[in-house]
Design a protein around this ligand. Structure first.
Ligand code: SF4
Length: 516
């Protein structure tokens, strides 16, 4: 079994290009872990970037580890790094990037697997210091307060050099000395030492100073044939449900020069180039980016587009690049609810986008909607069906509807709103499924259970974290089972917070220059 695991690692790494292997002697060993599988982890720009940045320090060695490599969770053997197959426990720092709340459950399974005590206060000197970061945990670290030795709140770039320097220096004097030293750094939250004290979210002013682009070629990752590059960060539209619009501010752009260097690099390697941003079509130099990419015969791809900024120019480039599916996110079916979300997209915008897209070679149009938004009525649900049917008749090809239960998030305008009850969401999904299938429109829906669990993790407090630590199996069903229905009916993380209630994440502050 153990040999099989090592063979799996060797065969996986042999497919990669750009893997960094360094001697450990005299260096600070950091294991960069992702609490999900390899394919998902290596599609994360955070993993690529941290791997690049950590390894750029001559006196740091950074190797990767994943909660599991393929589909199967690994049992009964130590968690190993990919580069040199060392036990993760041998590192001095375990840095974990957490993009999604559901990965908190994987994190606990991964720590067990690595032989690292789940509780920070039970870790002995030889156990790595567990440093967490990423959008989910930095918005509300409290559910993982007992697990994290430290959390980077916000973007790591502004503190990266001083963080590495502090770790190198202070870890010589032991774990407690290192934790005290970390409390002195901006944006570093040490839950055991500074509970409730204000921590300022870090914001990188100049994106160009730190390259955020694929650092390795990983054919076995999701988007494995793609070179990813971040073109901007944050979004100025401030939709009331959206973390990118309410919290990742101000909106900042990477220079066209740096973006084009990456487009050229990916194209030279025969890859398509994935442009990553909260709102790609808002990039101010998009036209020039498209011109220059066309001149290079580059193939471009994007995740989803703002409906009211679609240009035939952009669609032509995407279609010519071989994209088969175009994704648009109206978010709500009715004009009323879209206005309320501040999405700023009208029905006319959506229908015009569908007609425009019909003239290109896209085979399918994917529409993203949420259900369970504040004030939602049955009419709003019926409007999802009506709108999708209109889009289908204008597009003339396959339309796929993707529905996600709305999960209120910390730091958004709607952070105090209740999560819609599970039975209500299931009923709405059932109605939608029947009505859409009668019109031959496909529906893909996120799990309602998973979304309710996500709401608990997104807005939970330290008490919820204790319950998390009491689980013996890590799944959303197990998490929900830990709370009786009468208990769930009292929990603000599900029922919402009234205006006077203190939020678990109240101590996380915006930076001064963080607009909005
Ligand atoms: S436009 Fe998209 S990314 Fe921007 S705030 Fe709205 S939902 Fe978020």
């Amino acid at each position: 079994m153990a040999r099989q695991f090592r063979n799996d690692i060797t065969s996986l790494v042999s497919t990669e290009q750009g893997t960094v292997v360094k001697e450990w002697g005299g260096k600070l060993p950091i294991v960069l872990a992702y609490a999900n599988n390899y394919a998902v982890g290596m599609s994360s720009l955070a993993v690529h970037s941290l791997y690049r940045w950590f390894n750029e320090f001559p006196d740091v060695v950074c190797e990767r580890a994943f909660a599991w490599l393929g589909r199967q969770q690994l049992q009964g053997q130590p968690l190993l790094t990919l580069e040199t197959q060392r036990p993760v426990r041998d590192a001095e720092v375990l840095a974990v990037s957490l993009s999604f709340e559901m990965d908190y459950l994987n994190l606990l399974a991964m720590l067990r697997h690595a032989g690292i005590p789940l509780r920070a206060d039970e870790r002995e000197e030889e156990i790595p210091l567990v440093l967490l970061g990423g959008p989910a945990v930095s918005a509300n670290p409290e559910p993982l307060a007992a697990v994290a030795d430290a959390v980077v709140i916000g973007e790591i770039e502004p503190v990266l050099p001083i963080l590495v320097e502090t770790l190198k220096r202070s870890l010589f004097d032991g774990r407690l000395a290192a934790l005290h030293a970390l409390t002195e750094l901006p944006g570093l939250y040490v839950p055991s030492l500074n509970q409730g004290q204000p921590v300022t979210r870090q914001v990188q002013p100049e994106l160009d100073a730190y390259l955020v682009a694929s650092a390795l070629q990983c054919p076995r990752a999701q988007f494995g044939d793609m070179h990813l590059v971040e073109i901007s960060r944050g979004c100025e539209h401030a939709c009331r449900f959206c973390l990118a619009g309410c919290w990742y501010l101000p909106q900042r752009e990477r220079s066209l020069t740096q973006v084009m260097q990456q487009v050229e690099l990916g194209t030279r390697r025969g890859q398509s180039v994935g442009l990553v941003a909260a709102a790609v079509s808002d990039y101010t130099q998009l036209d020039e980016l498209l011109d220059r990419s066309e001149a290079l015969n580059a193939r471009l791809s994007v995740s989803s587009l703002r409906v009211n900024k679609l240009s035939s120019r952009l669609l032509r480039v995407l279609a010519a690049s071989g994209d088969r599916t175009l994704t648009l996110a109206p978010e709500a079916g009715s004009e009323r609810l879209r206005q309320l979300t501040h999405k700023g997209v009208t029905e006319d915008d959506i229908l015009s986008a569908a007609s425009l897209a019909s003239g290109f070679s896209f085979e399918a149009l994917k529409l993203y909607f949420m259900i369970g938004l504040p004030t939602e009525t049955e009419t709003d649900i019926a409007d999802i069906v009506t709108l999708s049917a209109r889009v289908q008749s204008l597009f003339g090809k396959t339309v796929l509807v993707n529905v996600t239960p709305y999960v209120p998030k910390a730091h958004t305008t709607w952070q105090r709103q209740p999560m819609a009850p599970e039975n209500e969401l299931e009923e709405k999904l059932k109605q939608l499924k029947a009505a859409l299938s009668a019109r031959r429109i496909g529906l893909r829906a996120e799990s309602v259970r998973g979304s309710v669990a996500q709401s608990l993790l997104a807005r939970g407090d330290r008490a919820l974290g204790e319950r998390l630590l009491g689980l013996t199996q890590y799944s959303s069903a197990e998490l929900l089972k830990a709370f009786r229905p009468s208990e769930r009916a009292m929990m603000p993380a599900l029922q919402g917070f009234d205006a006077k209630q203190q939020l678990p994440w109240h101590f996380i502050k915006r930076a001064q220059h963080d607009a909005g």
